[in-house]
Write a protein that binds this ligand. Structure first.
Ligand code: NDP
Length: 291
């Protein structure tokens, strides 16, 4: 059965919008997310635009601060410092990638951890690792909610995560192993050096795939009844109006016949990612305005 991220994201957006309406009814300002966009990268512009649209749908204020690719690292750091000081801003994200002359690590760590709604700051990653309350980065947060809201049992299950990136695979593996619900899995984290990947995925009750290789995971790699979460999104050339189709990392037609639950691409994990960002922004806001 499909894990419908599109429908769930709409439900949660409506919940956020209602909460924002209640929180602002007494005269408080709405939550405010600022996105910094450096340069003219087309994909980055689309991502930031989508975030701005999502903000307006839930009643947040949002600001996109656009800078030319020639901005210096010091200028960008000064901008971040001034946003950190601004009490009218709850969340700050810097759209990656940045031009080569700017250190992404320096920029990520310049953001006040209490405004780091992407959850990329070391302090927030450290808290996540220790199981403390923090901003969980958007994609893993979205996946956790897909599991939770569909009442998928995770406790005692074997979860195999394929891919160990800092934004998806690694935090996902930590979340699935934490003493919480969803969580309490026995976790195996696989990557490009894993020998005999199929022997691990075949053991899994839950498989979370974040590779960036279209249709890499096939039905013969999946145990009957497994839950399959497909994070991958790759544009593959196609003979249609757009000139491409979006493909996940899982070969959907075969795997969906074996899996108990599977996220489609598009419409699965993708729409839930933006929800994670909205919820983190609301959380940052509520730490100021709701007791
Ligand atoms: P990265 O490229 O950062 O990481 C890919 C991971 O896959 C690496 O850990 C790599 O291993 C591993 N890998 C690559 N080839 C193999 C292989 N043959 N066998 C086992 N492991 C392998 O990607 P991301 O995590 O950033 O993204 C993964 C996918 O998810 C992409 O398609 C991306 O577009 C998509 N994505 C979707 C989001 C959404 O909102 N739905 C959000 C974020 C990403 P190693 O570390 O050894 O190199």
């Amino acid at each position: 059965m499909d894990l419908n991220g599109k429908a769930l994201s709409q439900t949660i957006k409506a919940e956020i919008a209602e909460e924002v309406a209640n929180l602002t009814a007494g005269g408080n300002r709405p939550p405010h997310l600022v996105a910094i966009l450096v340069g003219e990268d087309g994909a980055s512009r689309t991502y930031v635009k989508n975030k701005e649209n999502a903000c307006s749908r839930v009643g947040f204020a949002s600001t996109i601060k656009r800078f030319d690719a020639s901005i210096t690292e010091d200028e960008l750091l000064a901008e971040i410092a001034s946003i950190n000081e601004d009490d009218g801003i709850d969340g700050l994200i810097v759209q990656l990638p940045l031009p080569g002359h700017i250190s992404e690590s320096k920029v990520t760590h310049a953001i006040d951890p209490s405004k780091d709604v992407d959850g990329f700051h070391d302090i927030n990653i450290g808290k996540l690792t220790k199981g403390e309350d923090t901003f969980i980065s958007a994609t893993p947060y979205g996946i956790i909610q897909l599991l939770e809201r569909n009442n998928i049992e995770t406790s005692g299950k074997h979860c195999v995560v394929v891919g160990r990136s800092n934004i998806v695979g690694r935090p996902m593996s930590i979340l699935m192993s934490r003493n919480d619900n969803p969580g309490n899995c026995t976790v195996t984290l696989c990557h490009s050096r894993t020998a005999d990947l199929k022997s691990f995925t075949l053991m899994a009750d839950i498989v979370i795939v974040a590779l960036g290789r279209p249709e890499f995971v096939t039905a013969d790699m999946i145990k009957p009844g497994a839950v399959v979460i497909d994070v991958g999104i790759t544009r593959v050339d196609a003979d249609n109006e757009k000139g491409y189709v979006l493909k996940g990392d899982v070969e959907y037609s075969g795997v969906s016949e074996k899996a108990s639950w599977i996220t489609p691409v598009p419409g699965g994990v993708g729409p839930m990612t933006i929800i994670g960002l909205m919820q983190n922004t609301l959380k940052a806001y509520k730490s100021k305005f709701a007791s």
